[in-house]
Design a protein around this ligand. Structure first.
Ligand code: BMP
Length: 211
């Protein structure tokens, strides 16, 4: 079964937990990013992980000892996985992996951003980044639902590693990406919906048809 990861980019713990409880039946994991954690505090990871596992999307892009410290805080706070930028290089990704092993956690590496800007620089290196993530033994990669053809190429590179794709919905990405991805990450189409539960259910149904 392909995954639906809900990106909870809202600004309070109460709102995040409320939406999380509403959509729990239709999603596999939650993803938190800076807006929520900087507003609500890191404890929100523990609160949400009582409902579903949480991916800490801190898009770590720093020197190794900082990558280590940031991932340690994320895993200590209850995250199942962290997201690290591949462009920082293998030493920083390795530092994140070192922490993940201690916690039995997962590391996802960003290959190229789903936004237009992702085509300016990152796209030139995303295949190399994916190769590095595979060589180091990372759990998965993050790849753009907005560039299905690129995800096809990245799938050939990473083999059975997990590929999660953001960008479906507001960013114009297509469910077609599920041909090559293991799951999609969806934010605004769920949390900005008048009825997040209904939206999550509808997205789940589309995913199920393509699984
Ligand atoms: P939305 O569905 O509202 O566009 O949100 C997408 C989510 O996926 C955001 O949380 C964003 O940080 C994340 N994301 C992305 O959009 N593109 C990427 O390349 C990598 C991401 O993690």
């Amino acid at each position: 079964m392909k995954k639906l990861v809900a990106a909870l980019d809202v600004l309070s713990s109460e709102k995040a937990v409320k939406i999380a409880k509403d959509i729990v039946d239709y999603v596999d994991e939650f993803k938190v990013n800076y807006p929520l954690v900087l507003s609500a505090g890191i404890k929100v990871i523990k609160d949400l992980s009582k409902i579903r596992p949480v991916i800490a999307d801190f898009k770590i892009a720093d020197v190794p000892h900082l990558a280590y410290m940031i991932s340690k805080i994320a895993f200590e706070s209850g995250a199942l996985a962290v997201i690290v930028h591949g462009f920082s290089g293998s030493d920083s990704v390795k530092a994140t992996l070192d922490v993940a092993r201690d916690f039995d956690g997962k590391v996802y590496v960003v290959t190229e951003l789903s936004s237009k800007g992702g085509e300016e620089y990152m796209t030139k290196f995303s295949v190399d980044i994916a190769k590095m993530a595979k060589k180091l033994g990372c759990h998965g990669i993050i790849a753009p639902a907005t560039r299905v053809e690129k995800v096809k190429i990245l799938r050939e590179v990473v083999g059975k590693m997990e590929i999660l794709c953001p960008g479906v919905g507001f960013q114009g990405g297509s469910f077609e990406v599920l041909k090559f991805a293991d799951g999609i990450i969806v934010g605004r189409s769920i949390y900005e919906s008048e009825d997040p539960k209904k939206s999550a259910r509808e997205i789940r149904e589309i995913i199920n048809k393509r699984t």
